[in-house]
Design a binder for this molecule. Structure first.
Ligand code: GDP
Length: 296
């Protein structure tokens, strides 16, 4: 299960507080030390942890909390609310163009799950009665175009491709036109990734951006890479203005560091999470549900 390690740690800390009729400031301080360690071990960004603990402490030591009937429960509730805030507060919805089609650009490093996530997103939109078009804009990874075509066949969604000899900018432009001509109300553009962030890739993505003016630029990051995922998000965001993040492979992420840091560090909301290789293993990211799941 996602975040198992963190969840177990935090539940242990709070089971001690939960039963207490009276809680001393020492109890709170001790609990906060343990929460701090648990978050650091979960690979949450150092500064994010510091701010988080400061906020929880500030709200927990007041007389109102200490004198309440069940102070332990009140503190758990404060932590729950702050965890929710940390992950964005409420669910960040996908943008919608005033005039269809809504254009979504998928960006990210190779292997993060960009192509499969494009297929998953198309499927999610189909379930809401939309007609997405997938555009194969990754012309560098040999198998990417074929992979997208296979995904398209599996979910019965059209895939626009011009092979690997046309520039991705041209493919994106023509793909958008194709969607307009064929009544597709969403266009999902799969773009190239690299093993590392590089300027050439960013320039190509900026060119696509300038030409198709996407309503959404979704960064796909592998949650299992923890703080590396957050660093990648910072890089992309500084040269591209992301509108949202998709956290992939949450099914294998026992730590949770990326999920808990990426919004706070980049200001970019997490819009979706993927939880498996199957095409329906994608869901909107709900910060409040995620926080409750962590705290058990
Ligand atoms: P791309 O290079 O970013 O386009 O990455 P791909 O879409 O090809 O995905 C890379 C690998 O990650 C594939 O084997 C996917 O099946 C796998 N993958 C993607 N998302 C998930 C997920 O949510 N959970 C798991 N377990 N695997 C995933």
């Amino acid at each position: 299960m996602a975040f198992e390690g963190l969840s177990t740690r935090l539940q242990n800390v709070f089971s001690k507080l939960r039963g207490k009729g009276k809680v001393s400031e020492d109890d709170v301080a001790q609990a906060m030390r343990e929460v701090r360690l648990a978050l650091l071990e979960a690979d949450v960004n150092f500064k994010v942890v510091k701010d988080f603990i400061a906020k929880v402490k500030e709200k927990s030591v007041g007389k109102e909390v200490m004198d309440s009937f069940t102070p332990g429960m009140v503190i758990i509730d404060i932590v729950n609310k702050e965890l929710t805030e940390l992950m964005g507060g409420s669910q960040a919805k996908l943008a919608k163009a005033n005039k269809p089609p809504t254009v979504i650009m998928m960006v990210g490093l190779q292997g993060a799950g960009k192509t499969t996530t494009s297929g998953k997103l198309a499927k999610l939109l189909q379930k809401q009665n939309h007609r997405p078009l997938l555009v194969a804009g990754d012309i560098y990874r040999p198998a990417a175009i074929k992979q997208l075509q296979i995904l398209g066949e599996q979910i019965n969604a059209p895939v626009f491709t011009m092979g690997d000899q046309t520039s991705p900018v041209e493919i994106a432009k023509q793909g958008l036109q194709h969607a307009k001509d064929n009544g597709n109300d969403y266009v999902i553009i799969d773009t190239a990734g690299r093993l590392h962030v590089d300027e050439e890739l960013m320039e190509e993505l900026r060119q696509i951006h300038a030409n198709v003016k996407p309503d959404e630029v979704l960064l796909v990051v592998d949650s299992m890479t923890g703080q590396d995922a957050v660093n990648v998000a910072e890089h992309f965001n500084s040269s591209l203005e992301l509108t949202g993040v998709v956290l992939t492979k949450l099914d294998g992420d026992t730590r949770g560091g990326a999920a808990l840091s990426v919004k706070a560090v980049t200001g970019c909301p997490i819009k979706f999470a993927t939880l498996g290789e199957k095409l329906d293993a994608m869901e909107p990211f709900h910060p409040e549900r995620m926080a409750s799941r962590i705290l058990g």
